[in-house]
Design a protein around this ligand. Structure first.
Ligand SMILES: Nc1ncnc2c1ncn2[C@@H]1O[C@H](COP(=O)(O)OP(=O)(O)OP(=O)(O)O)[C@@H](O)[C@H]1O
Length: 257
């Protein structure tokens, strides 16, 4: 579906966020990216969508080619749904309005100044129903809970009719029970629709449960790449050193009381 070939990212500050990394992501697989803070997960996800330009190497999408070419990048972005930690919704706009912004990539800037066609609204409503929010379709986004807002983020990605979903810590700001529900929903939709998903997480237990494949980074290098069953204590130590994150993440809420 998409591959990175010897991709290196050095930010203008001089930080080398990705050492040359090569990875191929197969169609339909749900890949979880793990790594301690600063390991390079966001940089990798952002380079998969052209938001970060590699200093060396290239990113090749199966149906668009090298995304360094502007036409290839446009085609690739149209079929790539991004889901962010902070939802990136427009608070004073309805759920339906927010989900419709997922269709803007299909229209010219001029066309998008006019109301979108009925068919697009029906597609948006179908996506909203799929994430269980149809009763909230006309509610302002900022009146929704964090978990509901993230479900709007998923619906907005779905209405793009993506082939690839890139999600950067999509459940990091949610409580553990809500995070589990949102991630289950995302994984189920990706499975049903055969979507390729690359999702960064901080919770090891969620990675073990939902991933087909886990790729872990440390200091910009791949230090683990395999199925969840192969993620043993030695691999966890390679990724996180002495402090794996499950000691403080995705515990039952009582643990924080
Ligand atoms: N825009 C930027 N300019 C300069 N340095 C950056 C930039 N973005 C990230 N970095 C640096 O690059 C390295 C990798 O950061 P990145 O955000 O990719 O890691 P991460 O694994 O996603 O971390 P986290 O889990 O905390 O989000 C870090 O050292 C970070 O400080």
């Amino acid at each position: 579906m998409i591959r990175v070939e010897q991709v290196e990212v050095v930010y203008p500050s001089g930080t080398r966020a990705l050492a040359p990394v090569s990875l191929a992501f197969a169609p339909g697989a749900f890949t979880v990216l793990l790594g301690a803070s600063g390991a390079g997960k966001s940089t990798l996800l952002r380079s998969l969508n052209g938001l970060v330009r590699p200093s060396a190497g290239r990113v090749v999408a199966a149906d668009a080619g090298d995304i360094a070419r502007p036409a290839a990048l446009r085609a690739h972005r149209r079929r790539t749904g991004m889901i962010f930690q902070q939802h990136q919704l427009i608070g004073r706009v309805s759920v339906l309005g927010n989900v419709l912004t997922g269709r803007l990539g299909y229209h010219s800037a001029l066309r998008s100044l006019w109301p979108l066609p009925q068919a697009e609204k029906l597609a948006a409503l179908a996506a909203i129903e799929r994430v269980g929010l149809i009763d909230y379709a006309l509610r302002r986004a900022d009146q929704l809970s964090g978990g509901q807002q993230q479900r709007v983020g998923i619906a907005r990605a779905l209405v793009q009719q993506p082939r690839l979903i890139l999600a950067d810590e999509p459940v990091a700001s949610l409580d553990p029970a809500t995070a589990e529900r949102v991630l289950s929903l995302l994984a189920a939709i990706c499975r049903e629709d055969g979507l390729t998903a690359i999702v960064s997480l901080h919770q090891l237990d969620f990675a073990r449960r939902f991933a087909d494949r886990i790729v872990a980074l440390a200091q910009g290098r791949v230090v683990f790449d395999g199925p969840p069953a192969a993620l043993d204590a030695a691999a966890v130590a390679r990724i996180y050193g002495a402090a794996p994150p499950d000691a403080y993440a995705s515990q039952p809420e009582e643990a924080f009381a």
